[in-house]
Design a protein around this ligand. Structure first.
Ligand code: 1HE
Length: 252
């Protein structure tokens, strides 16, 4: 399938989705959001991991401000919920997603990045929530996802001051899990993707789904759900085989 705003390739079960509006700093237009949604919807069972990166000098400059139009409150609500639906597919689509970040990871770009599970950032990366300066509010999930990572207190500060956090700051705060030279971002993201693809699919599924859901539960419900996920994973043939393989690794 051909997309106007992304490039999508799949090799050895790993999909590479490249945001492809470099002249507009990969600003998230309706067309780009539509393409991301269609790409995730169209992935087959043989695609186990996704890597997302941005073409050009930046990952993404966030909401495409040139598409700003005066909308009714209900229209804005529906537009925001569309972003939520798409980023929900990124986070809970059943496949681990690795973000390869560089340059601007700003506004809606940060909302996309924080929907992924593993984030590798180059030294040129910077993070910002400039919504306050633009007279709007976040609408693509930042109040939930960014604030879970950096804390509500720091997200409030980011929004009020609009300040840029650099790559080191972002690494320290958990906005990225890896910090490497820009040239190493994609190789490192693919190395991690290939490694993640060797895990048991059920373990990957639980890491993505169970952990995030348990985070929203009471302690009692969380512990109960953890036991249920453990019961599913540990009683699988795959788990038996992998544990036996480990125990027998020095024999024979
Ligand atoms: C854009 C956008 C955009 C660039 N929408 N067109 N996001 C922002 O407030 C960030 C706005 N952008 C920037 O701060 C800068 O562009 C960058 C720091 C990301 C990059 O700077 P630079 O010097 O490399 O590029 P530039 O010269 O500023 O922009 C190049 C072109 O991209 C230019 O268009 P041109 O036709 O004049 O060449 C820019 O207009 C265009 N461009 N960013 C539209 N964002 C669900 S709610 C989410 C809410 C938000 O995301 S708010 C944050 C919006």
């Amino acid at each position: 399938m051909n997309y106007e705003n992304i490039l999508l390739s799949i090799e050895d079960g790993i999909a590479h989705l490249r945001l492809n509006r470099p002249a507009k700093r990969n600003a998230v237009s309706n067309g780009l959001l539509q393409d991301i949604e269609a790409a995730f919807d169209g992935l087959g069972a043989d695609t186990t991991v996704v890597v997302i990166s941005g073409e050009g000098a930046h990952f993404s400059a966030g909401l495409d401000l040139s598409e700003h139009q005066v909308r009714t409150p209900f229209e804005v609500l529906q537009h925001s919920q569309w972003w939520h639906r798409v980023f929900h597919k990124v986070q809970f689509g059943g496949r681990p997603v690795v973000a390869a970040l560089h340059g601007a990871v700003v506004g809606g770009g940060l909302e996309l990045a924080t929907s992924t599970h593993v984030r590798v950032a180059g030294r040129s990366t910077f993070y910002q929530l400039p919504e306050g300066q633009r007279g709007i509010f976040v609408g693509g999930g930042a109040s939930v996802r960014v604030s879970k990572i950096v804390g509500a207190d720091r997200m409030t500060e980011m929004m009020l001051t609009g300040r840029r956090y650099d790559a080191e700051d972002g690494y320290r705060l958990g906005l990225s899990h890896y910090l490497v030279d820009d040239a190493e971002v994609l190789p490192e993201a693919f190395r991690l993707a290939r490694q993640i693809a060797t895990n048991a699919p059920l373990s990957n599924w639980a890491s993505i789904n169970a952990v995030a859901n348990i985070g929203d539960m009471s302690m009692a419900n969380g512990l109960y759900t953890e036991s249920m996920a453990a019961a599913l994973a540990q009683s699988s043939d795959e788990a038996n085989k992998r544990m036996q393989d480990f125990l027998n690794r020095k024999k024979g």
